[in-house]
Design a protein around this ligand. Sequence first.
Ligand code: NAG
Ligand code: NAG
Ligand code: NAG
Ligand code: NAG
Ligand code: NAG
Length: 327
Amino acid sequence: MRQNRYSFTPLVLVVALYASQINATISSKRGLAYSGDSHDADYNLLLSAESPISWYYTWSLNQAQDVNDTVTFIPLIHNTDDASNSNLGSILNALPSSSTHLLSFNEPDGTTGSGGSSIEPEDAARSYLDSIAPFRDSETRSWNISHPSITGSTQGLDWLRSFNESCYDLDPAGCPTDFVAVHWYGDFSGLASWLGTLHEFYTANSTGQEDLKFWVTEMALPQQDDDATVSMMNQSLAYLDGLDYVEAYAWFGAFRSGDDANGFTGDAVSLFDDDGGLTELGSLYLGGEENGFAKGTKGEGDSAASTTSMSTWAVVVAGLAVVSALW
Ligand SMILES: *[C@@H]1O[C@H](CO)[C@@H](O)[C@H](O)[C@H]1NC(C)=O
Ligand SMILES: *[C@@H]1O[C@H](CO)[C@@H](O)[C@H](O)[C@H]1NC(C)=O
Ligand SMILES: *[C@@H]1O[C@H](CO)[C@@H](O)[C@H](O)[C@H]1NC(C)=O
Ligand SMILES: *[C@@H]1O[C@H](CO)[C@@H](O)[C@H](O)[C@H]1NC(C)=O
Ligand SMILES: *[C@@H]1O[C@H](CO)[C@@H](O)[C@H](O)[C@H]1NC(C)=O
């Protein structure tokens, strides 16, 4: 896996503190779900100065080597092994101070064979209370943490109900959460409805959680044609930008169509064409031609640098297989 390249020199500290002052929260809702693709040029374009992308995550605790520290990194504790790693505290402490949010357990209602973290709700509750919740207010650093990110499905919601019950069995205060991570694969009305369901679960049906923020960390319309996909993204961006309780979102996926495209989602969700130019979808995600990102625009730099983390990619592919099975 990648090594963390952040080094804790006084200069870096000063810069980081300054950055956290001017940008206590992310500057735009739009983010990058970094799949570990091998084209540096594509990431250079996605993260160039005029891009609206302000944050990214890698489904792991590791920053991407080819992403500039000016883009806020959001770490993710993938499974209970990550949570119980005795180095977890030092790994988190070494991240830039602009990282203020921490995601937990990726698709715990999905199997590991298909990229989820396959955790029994009771085990997840115990691990969350023992190993994750304390980071909300540790001696060195405080994090905003999220409950596990379930699949966008009835199975996910059932898992979340059991998790909640286990949390209250273990602790009279339940499992605290500062924000909620949401995954959705489907059409726009399904996305709006699923967000509404989770919002109701966490606000109307719980006490004291009215100001919770939601982060859509995976979303796409799988297996449709280009026009339908562009239209779904267009509707979704406008909707999510206007919804106060949504603080951030990331499209799946930041890859090229053709060989690089994800098998479950299909080609049309790709932000890049197979030659590295922005698709109409990619152009839309970056703010369009008026923002300097016309369809066909390519990034600068090595178009095929080999920094791919296949393990990250495999996890993503597998994760989608779960959703595919439920689809
Ligand atoms: C990081 O991004 C900033 C702002 O776009 C740019 O000035 C700087 O050169 C970039 N640094 C690296 C290492 O790419
Ligand atoms: C948590 O997020 C809120 C805004 O969403 C921010 O004001 C607060 O500083 C964050 N807390 C930490 C510990 O970063
Ligand atoms: C979580 O569990 C508690 C305790 O059983 C219950 O009061 C609460 O309604 C549950 N929350 C949800 C959203 O189901
Ligand atoms: C919220 O509670 C109402 C009333 O008990 C229930 O009908 C609804 O299904 C709950 N919603 C969720 C998302 O759990
Ligand atoms: C997005 O929606 C707006 C408003 O409905 C519309 O004017 C615009 O043409 C759409 N753009 C795309 C690329 O579909």
